[in-house]
Design a protein around this ligand. Structure first.
Ligand SMILES: [Zn+2]
Ligand SMILES: [Zn+2]
Length: 178
């Protein structure tokens, strides 16, 4: 199961600047690996502002050396997959629209749309399979962090991390959805 936590925090020390306008709250993380829970001094730097005009500054995410290769260090893949899927959906909708008017052209468009969606979903499916096989060995390989003005969303399948964040931020954090 993957949880999504929404952190709203205007009072605590905010991190960075998004588009020159606003800040986002930094989650309070311990020194335990976000994936396998071991105590570690290792961490990776995550800049969650990908896609905005300006760097939001980096967060240090605790991740042990053994887990370094199976936890994504940026939201790049998520952004690419959702962009590709969105584009595929638009092309498919266009194809369906033309189906009534120009059936021959419509099939070409539908094929392109389906291809786009499949190509975009492939890396996501591969990672999903990887996360499942790692879970059997006590790893929680699903971790992502996105930010908006005054907000920070943490997605994780690690119940220890979820409970720690809920305890650390009290009423400023909530489970956004399961
Ligand atoms: Zn680890
Ligand atoms: Zn791991």
């Amino acid at each position: 199961m993957t949880w999504s936590l929404e952190l709203t925090d205007e009072s605590a020390a905010p991190v960075g600047v998004l588009g020159g306008r606003s800040t986002y709250p930094a989650p309070s993380l311990t020194r335990r690996c976000v994936c396998c829970d071991v105590a570690t001094g290792d961490a990776f730097a995550l800049d969650p502002s990908f896609g905005s005009e300006q760097s939001a500054g980096q967060l240090r995410i605790p991740l042990c050396a053994a887990c370094a290769d199976h936890v994504p260090h940026s939201n790049l893949l998520d952004v690419a997959v959702s962009t590709g899927l969105g584009l595929g959906a638009v092309v498919l909708a266009l194809g369906l629209f033309y189906l009534a008017i120009q059936p021959r052209d419509a099939w070409v468009i539908l094929r392109v749309g389906a291809g786009l969606a499949l190509v975009s979903a492939a890396p996501w499916a591969a990672r999903h399979a990887r996360v499942r096989s790692l879970a059997a060995r006590g790893h929680h390989g699903r971790f992502s962090l996105t930010v908006g003005p005054g907000k920070c969303w943490i997605r994780t399948n690690n119940p220890r991390l979820r409970d720690e964040l809920l305890a650390a931020h009290g009423e400023r954090i909530r489970l956004a959805r399961k």
